[in-house]
Design a protein around this ligand. Structure first.
Ligand code: C2E
Ligand code: CA
Ligand code: CA
Length: 456
């Protein structure tokens, strides 16, 4: 071979080697970039970019497939898990959940981590959807990480994709609506989106839009339901119950209180109701000098009780109207008392002088020893027990026990939701102190209540 030719060959081979190197290293760079842009380091699954991109492609290619779902899933109290077991374990939990999802769902499923502890999944369901969701819930609830089992709760919202739906963002929103609805529910961990749900959410949304204005417009009105002293047969107390008067309609509390408890607006509303009650009491005291005032009770939600300035605020509202705290009774539901800091809170409120009542008694989980530890004045026996009186059920015995124990502890008893004579007679026989219910009175407007007081 000529020298010149040899050189040529060498140059060509060098160029080939160098260029193929460049191709390889470019490919690696691309891979790296792809990973950065689309892969989640912790779970080794896709990230949100990946999810949106693949989701779009999935929707574009859907043909006559009817069982496609998009779902979002997150871990309840993931922050507490991290705090308790450390970040590393938290990451392992995320990874393992990703693995479980991959195992349960088909190979073609698009699984991604959307943010912190939230996963997004698009898949074709080849089985009964409820079965799949239950399986996911069950497997995750007893998750094993390095042979140790952890109890994990999730919230999962699913949406069944319609055939010609193409917008991934809208579909994701609907799964999120179902997810938000189930979040914080401990009886069930998943929800499949449906139209009623959407209407309900819209209603909730409307209530939230209007609540502040309604408060300013004084649309919330206090009704008073009398409590009758069983011995004297006279009205000696009343429960303040809110009604929302919108245009000519009356919206019952069951429609808005749960929403206000979620968004904390209940704090504003309850404070407002107390102010109204105190104003009314001040007025009645001036107007009816010869009548002893009824003990008026107001409902207070758990969210409110744990607020730092609750006690001082309530105290100052009452005193501004020249009312002593013991003229107002605070009703706290039994379920609220389970939490430790609430018990010490109750003690503080009692020290301020307010009268304290435990509402819906018998439906929560407080133990008898708790009753002993709490400085309470009254318990209200829940309506479900009163309803049993007609049935000669064994639950009748429970009322007997409650009243017996209350007497021993010098706690007064109020029976709630009493609707007929048979119930009244039975409660009288047991020595229940007060009766509140439709048998005597429904909740009355301020005017109606005043008239009743006058008739005593
Ligand atoms: P609750 O505190 O257990 O109030 C008793 C409920 O039972 C009232 O319903 C009352 O109207 C109803 N009731 C009384 N007697 C009878 C009866 O004989 N038969 C039947 N079927 N029902 C009877 P309401 O006024 O609709 O209030 C529902 C719930 O809303 C209340 O339950 C309470 O938890 C909440 N709530 C009402 N007003 C307020 C408020 O101002 N603040 C807060 N935080 N919650 C309130
Ligand atoms: Ca109550
Ligand atoms: Ca009650």
């Amino acid at each position: 071979m000529k020298k010149n030719n040899k050189l040529k060959l060498l140059t060509v081979s060098i160029i080939t080697i160098v260029s193929s190197y460049t191709v390889i290293s470019n490919r690696k760079k691309e891979e790296k970039l792809y990973k950065l842009a689309y892969i989640d380091e912790v779970t080794k699954l896709g990230n949100k970019n990946f999810f949106m991109q693949k989701g779009k492609e999935f929707l574009e290619n859907i043909k006559n497939k009817t069982n496609n779902y998009l779902m979002v899933l997150d871990i309840d109290k993931f922050k507490s898990f991290n705090k308790r077991y450390g970040h590393q374990k938290g990451n392992e939990l995320l990874y393992t959940i990703g693995q479980i999802l991959t195992e349960i769902l088909s190979k073609e499923a698009i699984i991604a981590r959307l943010a912190n502890d939230a996963f997004g999944i698009i898949f074709e369901s080849r089985n009964d959807i409820e079965k799949i969701l239950t399986e996911i819930e069950e497997k995750i609830s007893k998750i094993k990480i390095e042979n140790k089992e952890y109890q994990i709760y999730i919230s999962l919202g699913a949406y069944k994709i319609k055939e010609n739906e193409k917008e991934i963002e809208k579909i994701l929103d609907k799964a999120l609506i179902a997810h938000d609805k189930i979040k914080g529910n401990y009886n069930k961990q998943y929800m499949i989106y449906n139209e009623t749900l959407e209407k309900e959410i819209e209603k909730e949304h409307n209530i939230e839009l209007n609540m502040q204005q309604a408060l300013e417009n004084e649309e919330f009105e206090v009704y008073y339901q009398p409590k009758i002293n069983v011995k004297t047969n006279k009205i000696e107390g009343a429960e303040a119950l809110v009604r929302w008067k919108k245009e000519d309609k009356i919206i019952p509390p069951s429609d808005f209180i749960p929403i206000f408890e979620k968004n904390q607006f209940i704090i504003k509303l309850d404070t407002y109701i107390l102010k109204k009650v105190c104003k009314d009491l001040e007025e009645w005291k001036k107007k009816y000098k010869n009548i002893s005032m009824p003990l008026v009770s107001v409902n207070v939600s758990k969210e409110h009780l744990t607020k730092e300035n609750f006690k001082s605020e309530y105290e100052s509202i009452v005193k501004k109207r020249g009312i002593t705290p013991n003229e107002i009774e605070i009703e706290i539901t039994e379920t609220a008392t389970i939490e430790k800091d609430i018990i010490s809170m109750i003690k503080e409120i009692k020290e301020t002088g307010f009268t304290i009542s435990i509402d819906d008694f018998g439906t929560g989980y407080s133990s008898l020893s708790m009753l002993q530890d709490m400085p309470i004045d009254t318990i209200k026996i829940d309506k479900i027990f009163i309803d049993q009186i007609n049935l000669n059920d064994t639950k009748k015995n429970i009322i007997e026990y409650i009243i017996l124990i209350a007497k021993k502890l010098k706690i007064k008893t109020v029976a709630e939701g009493v609707e007929n004579k048979k119930q009244v007679e039975y409660l009288k026989k047991l020595g229940c102190d007060f009766i509140q219910g439709y048998y005597y009175f429904k909740p009355l407007t301020k005017k109606e209540f005043e008239n009743q007081m006058n008739d005593r």
